[in-house]
Design a protein around this ligand. Structure first.
Ligand code: ADP
Ligand code: MG
Length: 865
């Protein structure tokens, strides 16, 4: 028996993957299943082809800083509720099958909480097969015609594969067929209708460009990881109805290529989709039974269906598999339906179940930790140990992350509100997983044989088949080559007659024998002639072929060296470009870091600017307000002071005019006093003229000053009761003093009038002026009224009462003329002095003017003398 160990297409013993720099991120896809009932509250929406949005459901809303949070997660692709299995398969699983056939490893797992559609996605349901049956279908559609005969490839117990020659394979087949009880998974047996429905995949999917010069074989195994124990779901256990043995757990081991495998795991060689799926279904049934028998929670186990594909090239003739172990490629695709990712308390497990649940959770936790550490190592260049060994699940798939392969994950989510918190966890994990990179598997080197071997002897094989058909069809189960064998030309010769001579008289036998022999001789001659002709032809063909081969060899040799040169050139170019990529990546990293720093700076500066702007605005508005207030105050004060000034000016003017007038009058009186004793009568007219001289401001048409002077001291009888003219100009202010001047029987006038004076014999003028200290001073100027000779009235001022208000901190109030306080200035004293020393007589003439605001127009009534 010739056998060869295959080299699995995984990384070499080195820690670093062979295809060092080429890495792909883990492809993470998200599938949102439809709600079970239309009235269920939904918390997940598909935003676009790559994004989903998850928001807290009613009554569950998280408020952080008063904000209602909805989060978006991005994946390589998002499949909404309407996406059918075929679409998902085309995007996610098809490339993995293509890789498998090209000799590369793949891992596909579904992740999510229980009920989110993991099993629906992986296995599918009747009439709606999932990824697993579709993968199987595609594999067999692709390699169908190029499959090796059963047992040509033989898996060993060390995760390797051997190839044996056709004869050994045939013997083994016969041995198996001879076994009476062994179940032979052939398509002819009765199949489960439910199962049949699941593999009824209508789409005829296949990989293009399958290497036809290879032969292929598919092996499947199905394991379950429960409570951190590995169970073989395909193991044949003898049926023991009384006390069924609990399933035995399996161990993990590392092969010589550092790949992990389950020791003693059943691996079944399958030749069709039906057969493969039947094996899967068998395992599935077993799983169900075990779960019921052992009271296990099925959602807490991980199931792993492994499809191994062995392929080896055909030999140079294209008839048999090349018996060279280096040429065998074994690739595998692992389809993993993970346990529900929900936390333990959700299912309210108790006791040992809780412990088990903990362990199962532990394996998912370890998966998360491994992914996290991997990500960190890759992103930050750290070298932390990835704890693959902490759980069977991660340990089994260590190669995929540590070595090379394609890893894809489908995150299944149920959009119902109850799953919100768990779905959030799932999304976070999934998003993180996307950042992990896995080394891209290298392309396998082609075997050195010329392509097109499978069909090289096509014509010959067809001829053979035709001949066999003529002879009654092929022997069932035997390869056509084997059936052919060596056709003996003797069989076509005429049979020899019996050559036993029993009768001496028999003269027929010898001639007959001679005849037959002669025929045979002739046939032999013809045959040998044909043979030599054929041999010659063959020789010629061979010679042609040889020369052809030689020339082709030369040609190919030249081409080969040429190609080698190009490859070498391209390799150096590739290296150069890789180096360049690395430096550029480094630069990009630095730039990104710088950008982040700048952005942060920008943000803080913007914040500062905003703050300052706000402050400035506040200040400006404050300023405006202040300005407006000040403006108001200024106008108010200005108006107040203007009014005050006007008032003071008016008062001062009044005072000055009064003073002027009084002084004027005083002077005249004095002059009269001085001149009276000497020139009593004759002087009168002149005095009268003098007195009238300082009245230039007179505006009234005064009559001629021709009236004779009145005898000054002639008074009216006082006993009869004096009548007063109380002259109070309208502009006066109320005095508000306690002792108000009270004049009985008075005629109060606002302006001096002839009519009033005629009726009275006393005159009093209330005069106000502004004192030097800013206070108002009120003076009551009193006098006697005389009749002049001309028929008018004259007033002789006799006394002045002064009312003065003062601040208590200043001088005392002077309320009467009898006040003994000394006069405050010279002018006053002079005035008082004059006032006391002489009684001033003023003859008030009609038309005389006292000054502005004080115009005493006393129009005399003409009387007859
Ligand atoms: P899991 O394996 O995650 O616990 P299942 O795959 O068993 O969840 O799904 C639970 C139920 O939801 C099943 O009845 C399944 O038919 C249904 N289901 C899941 N995903 C879908 C989907 N995409 N479309 C329709 N039904 C689905
Ligand atoms: Mg499930």
């Amino acid at each position: 028996m010739k056998s060869a160990r295959a080299k699995t297409p995984r990384r070499p013993a080195l820690k670093k993957p062979s295809n060092s720099s080429l890495k792909d991120p883990v492809g993470v896809y998200c599938r949102v299943r439809p709600l079970s009932r239309p009235d269920q509250e939904c918390c997940i929406e598909v935003i676009n082809e790559t994004t989903v949005q998850i928001h807290p459901p009613e009554g569950y809303r998280i408020f952080r800083n008063g904000e209602y949070r909805e989060t978006q997660y991005s994946f390589k692709e998002v499949f909404g509720t309407l996406v059918v299995q075929k679409e998902l398969f085309d995007v996610v699983a098809k490339p993995l099958v293509e890789d498998l056939i090209r000799g590369k490893n793949g891992l596909l797992f579904t992740y999510g909480v229980t009920g989110s559609g993991k099993t629906h996605t992986m296995t599918g349901s009747p009439g709606d097969g999932g990824l697993l049956p579709r993968c199987l279908d595609m594999i067999f559609n692709s390699i169908g015609p190029f499959q090796a005969k059963r047992f040509v490839f033989k898996l060993d117990d060390k995760n390797g594969v051997e190839v044996q020659c056709e004869v050994d394979a045939l013997l083994e087949r016969q041995k198996r067929d001879a076994m009476p009880v062994t179940k032979t998974p052939s398509g002819k047996r009765q199949i489960d209708p439910e199962f049949a429905d699941m593999i009824n995949v209508q789409e005829h999917c296949k990989v293009e460009e399958v290497d036809e010069d290879n032969v292929y074989s598919v092996f499947v195994s199905y394991i379950e990881i429960y409570n951190n124990y590995i169970y073989d779901l395909l193991e044949e256990t003898p049926f023991e109805p009384i006390k069924p043995k609990p399933p035995q757990s399996k161990l993990l081991r590392e092969d010589q290529n550092h790949n992990m495998y389950v020791t003693g795991c059943t691996e079944v060689e399958v030749k069709s989709t039906e057969e493969a799926f039947e094996v899967f279904w068998r395992g599935q049934k077993k799983r169900r039974i075990a779960n019921t028998q052992l009271n296990r929670e099925s959602s807490r186990s991980h199931s792993v269906f492994i499809i191994k594909l062995a392929q080896a090239p055909l030999d140079a003739d294209g008839d048999n598999v090349l018996q060279e172990k280096e040429q065998i490629i074994l690739s595998q695709l692992s389809l993993v339906d993970l346990a529900g990712s929900e936390r333990t308390n959700r299912t309210k497990a108790e006791g040992s179940r809780l412990r088990e649940a903990g362990n199962i959770n532990q394996s998912l936790m370890t998966l998360r930790t491994c992914i996290e550490v991997l990500r960190e190592n890759q992103m930050y260049g750290t070298n932390k140990m990835v704890p693959y060994r902490d759980s069977k699940l991660t340990h089994l798939f260590k190669n995929y992350f540590d070595g090379e392969g394609k890893v894809r994950m489908i995150v299944c989510v149920n959009p119902k509100a109850e799953d919100y918190e768990e779905s959030l966890q799932v999304m976070r994990f999934a998003e993180m997983t996307q950042e992990v990179e896995v080394a891209r598997p290298v392309d396998r080197a082609l075997c050195g044989l010329t392509p097109g071997r499978r069909y090289r002897n096509q014509a010959f094989k067809e001829e053979l088949a035709r001949k066999l058909e003529l002879r009654g069809g092929p022997i069932d189960g035997e390869p056509p080559e084997e059936q052919f064998g060596l056709e003996s030309p003797l069989e076509s010769f005429p049979p020899l007659p019996p050559c036993e001579l029993l009768d001496i008289e028999d003269d027929q036998m010898v001639p007959k024998l001679m005849e037959v022999l002669e025929k045979r001789r002739q046939m032999r001659q013809a045959l040998s002639e044909e043979f030599s002709k054929n041999a010659l032809a063959l020789k010629k063909i061979l010679q042609d072929f040889d020369s052809n081969v030689a020339s082709k060899e030369k040609y190919f040799q030249a081409k080969l060296s040429e190609k080698e040169k190009t490859i070498a050139g391209q390799k150096t170019e590739l290296e150069r470009l890789e180096k360049k990529i690395k430096t550029l990546e480094y630069k990009i990293e630095i730039l990104e870091k710088t950008t982040t720093i700048y952005e942060e700076d920008k943000r803080s500066l913007q914040q500062e600017l905003e703050n300052k702007n706000q402050k400035l605005q506040r200040q400006a508005s404050d300023k405006r307000r202040l300005e407006a207030r000040l403006q108001g105050m200024v106008t108010e004060t200005t108006m107040k002071w203007e009014r005050e000034c006007e008032r003071r000016v008016a008062a001062k003017q009044l005072e000055m005019q009064n003073k002027l007038w009084v002084k004027d009058e005083k002077l005249k009186q004095l002059k009269a006093i001085v001149t009276e004793p000497k020139t009593d009568k004759p002087e009168r007219p002149s005095r009268e003229r003098d007195r009238e001289k300082p009245a230039p401001r007179s505006v009234s048409p005064s009559p001629a000053p021709s009236a004779p002077p009145v005898r000054l001291r002639q008074r009216r009888s006082r006993s009869a009761g004096e009548r007063w003219v109380d002259h109070k100009p309208a502009s006066n202010l109320p005095t508000d003093t306690v002792l108000q001047p009270h004049v009985p029987h008075a005629i109060t006038v606002a302006a001096a009038s002839e009519k009033a004076l005629a009726k009275c014999d006393k005159y009093m003028l209330t005069h106000q002026e502004l004192a030097s200290d800013g206070e108002i001073e009120t003076k009551l100027i009193k006098g006697d009224v005389f009749k002049t000779r001309g028929g008018g009235q004259a007033v002789q001022f006799t006394e002045i009462e002064t009312l003065k208000q003062e601040s208590p901190t200043g001088r005392k109030r002077r309320s009467s003329p009898s006040n003994p306080d000394p006069p405050e200035d010279a002018a006053d004293s002079e005035w008082t002095d004059v006032e006391t020393r002489c009684s001033v007589a003023v003859e008030m003439r009609a038309g005389s003017v006292l000054g502005p605001g004080y115009q005493h127009h006393a129009q005399p009534k003409r009387r007859k003398p």
